[in-house]
Write a protein that binds this ligand. Structure first.
Ligand code: SF4
Length: 307
């Protein structure tokens, strides 16, 4: 018998039937989070002070044993979100060991030095690493617990262990970087076999960044297109044009505007619905292609092209 509690995201709890709510999207990935304190204290993150929240999403504690059959029968993938405390890797391994291997497991993790991460090889097929920032100065300011150089070094090493594009690097747009910084980061990661995954900064009450704003949506759409072009091997950072830090697309680039550009992109089946935004407002990462308002996006992007 397992005696362990984990946290389940609201959308995952609604899909299982533990919470009431109308799902606007048929969620494919079940998002779990480790219980306990997080001692990292990233400036934009609420988790260190409120263990039942991550980004704008509420999380609820459940007994793991009770959850497993529901998760394995209702989802295509599990994503375990770690929090930073001692024995983190062993604790994740213990959570994973209770599942039957019937669906793949991603682990989203940030560590100081990534020692011991190899223990997860063969248990998780994808590892998500939170670099979050596209520039060293921003990283040092907002993630004081971690080290920029160590994180880059580890991205490369973890990728060697888990294989090409099985490491997903989480990046947050809107922390003060230019489009060019973010796009060069996409390319650098992609060149050494790490898949970049883009999210939008979300101001959360109770954090030091609660009064900051989400990124400009037009700029975010340009980043999504640049991400698609790079990760589909259509263009490289080196052959893109920038002006004042902004990317300039030509008609050929714009011809690739399609639904899949604007969905959550990371592990297969990752949808993280409404993680960055309320479903009532501007959607940064659409959880599925059917929800993408392509006509509006296309009109805005083509009207704002500069080249
Ligand atoms: S890309 Fe999605 S499923 Fe993969 S680790 Fe990140 S949040 Fe989890």
């Amino acid at each position: 018998m397992i005696v362990m509690n984990v946290l389940l995201s609201l959308g995952s709890a609604v899909k299982i039937g533990y919470k009431k709510g109308t799902a606007l999207h048929e969620q494919k990935t079940c998002y779990l989070m480790m219980d306990g304190e997080c001692n990292a204290g990233c400036l934009y993150c609420i988790r260190a002070t409120n263990k039942n929240k991550l980004s704008r999403i509420p999380w609820y504690s459940y007994d793991l044993e009770e959850l497993i059959p529901n998760i394995e029968s209702k989802f295509e993938r599990i994503c375990i979100q770690s929090v930073n405390h001692n024995n983190l890797v062993s604790e994740i391994k213990e959570i994973i060991s209770n599942f039957s291997n019937s669906i793949p497991i991603s682990v989203s993790i940030s560590l100081k030095d990534y020692k011991g991460i190899e223990k997860l090889y063969g248990h998780a097929d994808k590892i998500g690493i939170g670099l979050d920032c596209a520039r060293k100065d921003i990283f040092e300011k907002v993630k004081p617990y971690y080290k920029w150089d160590k994180t880059w070094e580890s991205l490369e090493k973890v990728s060697e262990i888990f294989g090409d594009y099985n490491v997903i690097c989480h990046l947050i747009c809107g922390l003060g970087e230019a489009e060019q910084d973010m796009i060069s980061t996409f390319q650098k990661l992609f060149n050494f076999g790490v898949y970049p995954s883009l999210f939008s900064f979300t101001p959360i009450k109770g954090t030091k960044y609660e009064k900051s704003h989400q990124p400009n949506i037009e700029s975010y759409r340009r980043l999504q297109l640049a991400h698609y072009l790079i990760t589909s091997n259509i263009r490289t950072y080196e052959d893109m044009t920038f002006q004042g830090g902004k990317v300039l697309f030509d008609n050929h680039d714009l011809s690739y505007i399609r639904e899949e550009v604007f969905i959550t992109r990371g592990c297969p089946s990752c949808d993280r619905p409404f993680y960055n935004e309320s479903p009532k407002g501007t959607i940064y990462n659409y959880p599925n292609q059917k929800m993408v308002d392509l006509i509006e996006i296309k009109t805005n992007m083509i009207n704002h092209k500069i080249y």
